[in-house]
Design a protein around this ligand. Structure first.
Ligand code: GLA
Length: 502
C-alpha cells in the first residue's frame, strides 16, 4: 500500500489517502474509582503485515502475528518481558477516524468492544529506564522481630476495597480478640492509588478520600496501617506505581502515617530483568529509611532470583517466596509444603513469606484451614488474615486466634521449621522453639483420615518428653514416660499440632 501511494504521488502529484492502520491508537477506559485503564495499539502496517506493540497499562506485548487490513484484521501480541508466555488477541477494523477493536479480557470471557482514537506518537510508550544504583547493604530498620501479624485486603476484596471496608476491618480486629492475640497491621493492597498531581505526588482514588484521616483512624484503634505499591510505572492491577518517585512516595507515606509497605514487582518487569531486582528493591529500602518513619518493608516478587538470599540486604523485613495463593487446598498446600529448604534464611526481622492467609474465605474446610494456620506458624510466616473480619463465623475466629498456635508463630528465636519425615501423604514438620521446646505438626495431606506416629528419637530425644501438649485440643498428652513414640489419628487434610518440652 505504502509503495503504491509513493508511486501515485510521484507520477501524478496526487496525495494518497488510502486507509492505513499505521499510527498510535488509544482506548481510555474510565473506572468507577475515577482512574483510567489505557490501551495503546501502536501499529505499523506494511502491505498485509501489521507489526508494532500493544500496551494495556501494565502489560506490554509485541505483535507477533496479524491477518487482514483496515477492513478487518486480527492481531496476536506476545508478552515482551521474556519471562511470560502470555498472549493477547485483538480483532477490529478502521471505521472513519476510529479503530473499532475487540478483545477477550480472559480466555473464557465475552469479547469487549472498544473504540480507539489516534494519539500522538510516543504517548503511552514505556518511560525510559532509570539507571540503577550500585548495590550496598541497607541498614536494618529493626522492625518485625517476630513475623508480622494483621490483615490485608487483597484475598477477599481485590479491587473492591475502600475506606469504609478498611475502617470496618480495624473496628473488627480491635474488638473481636484478634488485636489481643497479636494482630496489629491493617494493610490496604492494590487499587487505592489515584494519579499524580502537578508536583508528582501520588494521590488516592475516589475509594479513599483521605488517606491521612484513615491512618489516624486506624492508629486511634491502637493498630498500624499498611499500603501497597510497585517499583514499576504501574501496579499489578494497573494503578500508578512508584517508578521514578520512590523517595517522594516514601515521604508521602510517612506524612500519611503509613507503617507497612508491600512493594510488588509487576510493572517493573517491563523495564528491568530479574537480576536487577535487588538494586530496584534497594532503591525503596533506602527511600523508606531516608523518609524517617519506621515502615515494615515487605518485598513481593514471587520468590524470583532467590530473594531469600538478598531480601534482608535491601532492607526487606519479609519477602514473598511464591506466586499468589488461592483459597483452595491444592494452592495452599503446594505453597506451604514447598518451603522446607528456605528455613535457613528466616530470622528475627527477616521472614520468608508464603503469602497471606485464606482462612475464612470459604474455599476450604475447617480442618484445611487449621492445616493452613499450623503450617504458616511452623514456617514462621507472616500471619495476615485475608477474610472479611466483620462477618466471620466463631469457628474461623477461633482458628485465627488460637493463642497456642500463634505462640509458635511468634516464638522469639525466629527459627523456621522444617520437614523431618515424610511417608506418602503424611508429613511431620518441627520447629525449634525458645526454652528447649519444639513445635511439631503431624500433617495428613490425604483425603482419608490416617494414623501418624512421631518417634521421640526423631526430635533428638532418648525417651518420652517431659511434657507434650496438643495445641488444637488445648490439652496435655498423657505420657507415661516409657513410650518411644506418640501416634494419633489425624483427619483428612488435617493436622495435630504439638508443643513438646524437651
Ligand atoms: C500480585 C500480588 C498479590 C496482590 C496483587 C494486587 O498479584 O502477588 O498479592 O498484591 O498483585 O494487584
Amino acid at each position: 500500500m505504502k509503495a503504491l501511494c509513493a508511486v501515485l504521488l510521484l507520477l501524478f502529484a496526487v496525495p494518497c489517502f488510502a486507509a492505513d492502520l499505521t499510527g498510535n491508537w488509544a482506548v481510555r477506559d474510565p473506572l468507577p474509582d475515577g482512574t483510567f485503564r489505557t490501551t495503546y495499539l501502536n501499529l505499523h502496517q506494511e502491505d498485509s503485515r501489521i507489526s508494532g506493540t500493544i500496551r494495556v497499562t501494565q502489560f506490554c506485548y509485541k505483535i507477533v502475528e496479524s491477518t487482514g487490513g483496515p477492513d478487518g484484521f486480527t492481531l496476536t501480541g506476545s508478552m515482551m518481558d521474556g519471562a511470560s508466555e502470555r498472549r493477547v488477541k485483538y480483532e477490529g477494523k478502521l471505521v472513519g477516524d476510529e479503530l473499532h477493536v475487540a478483545t477477550r479480557r480472559r480466555a473464557d470471557s465475552e469479547l469487549t468492544q472498544m473504540v480507539a482514537r489516534r494519539a500522538p506518537q510516543g504517548e503511552g510508550a514505556l518511560p525510559r529506564r532509570i539507571p540503577l544504583p550500585a548495590l550496598h547493604k541497607v541498614a536494618d530498620n529493626n522492625l518485625a522481630k517476630t513475623p508480622p501479624m494483621g490483615w490485608n485486603s487483597w484475598n477477599k476484596f481485590r479491587g473492591q476495597v475502600d475506606d469504609g471496608a478498611v475502617r470496618g476491618m480495624a473496628d473488627a480486629l480491635a474488638s473481636n480478640g484478634m488485636k489481643d492475640a497479636g494482630y496489629q497491621y491493617i494493610n490496604i493492597d492494590d487499587t487505592w492509588e489515584g494519579s499524580r498531581d502537578a508536583s508528582g505526588n501520588i494521590t488516592t482514588n475516589k475509594k479513599f478520600p483521605d488517606m491521612k484521616a484513615l491512618a489516624d483512624y486506624v492508629h486511634s484503634k491502637g493498630l498500624k496501617i499498611g499500603i501497597y505499591s510497585s517499583p514499576g510505572p504501574n501496579t499489578c492491577a494497573g494503578y500508578e506505581g512508584s517508578y521514578g518517585h520512590e523517595e517522594q512516595d516514601a515521604r508521602t507515606y510517612a506524612a500519611w502515617g503509613i507503617d507497612y509497605l508491600k512493594y510488588d514487582w509487576c510493572g517493573a518487569r517491563n523495564l528491568y530483568s530479574d537480576q536487577e531486582m535487588r538494586a530496584v528493591y534497594q532503591v525503596m529500602g533506602d527511600a523508606l529509611l531516608k523518609a524517617g518513619r519506621p515502615v515494615l518493608y515487605s518485598l513481593c516478587q514471587y520468590g524470583r532470583d532467590e530473594v531469600w538470599k538478598w531480601g534482608a540486604e535491601v532492607g526487606g523485613n519479609a519477602w514473598r517466596t511464591t506466586g499468589d495463593i488461592r483459597d483452595a487446598w491444592d494452592s495452599m498446600t503446594t505453597i506451604g509444603f514447598s518451603q522446607d529448604e528456605l528455613a535457613p534464611w528466616a530470622a528475627p526481622g527477616h521472614w520468608n513469606d508464603p503469602d497471606m492467609l485464606e482462612i475464612g474465605n470459604g474455599g476450604m474446610t475447617g480442618d484445611e484451614y487449621r492445616t493452613h494456620m499450623s503450617l504458616w506458624s511452623i514456617l514462621a510466616a507472616p500471619l495476615l488474615a485475608g477474610n472479611d473480619l466483620r462477618s466471620m463465623t466463631p469457628d474461623i475466629l477461633e482458628i485465627l486466634t488460637n493463642r497456642e498456635i500463634i505462640a509458635v508463630n511468634q516464638d522469639k528465636d525466629g527459627k523456621q521449621g522444617r520437614r523431618i519425615t515424610k511417608s506418602g501423604d503424611q508429613e511431620i514438620w518441627a520447629r525449634p522453639l525458645s526454652g528447649s521446646a519444639e513445635a511439631v505438626g503431624l500433617f495428613n495431606r490425604s483425603g482419608a483420615s490416617a494414623k501418624i506416629a512421631i518417634k521421640w528419637s526423631d526430635l533428638g530425644l532418648k525417651s518420652a518428653p517431659k511434657r507434650a501438649r496438643d495445641l488444637w485440643a488445648h490439652s496435655d498428652l498423657k505420657l507415661d514416660g516409657a513410650e518411644s513414640e506418640y501416634s494419633v489419628m489425624v483427619p483428612a487434610h488435617g493436622v495435630v499440632m504439638l508443643r513438646v518440652a524437651k
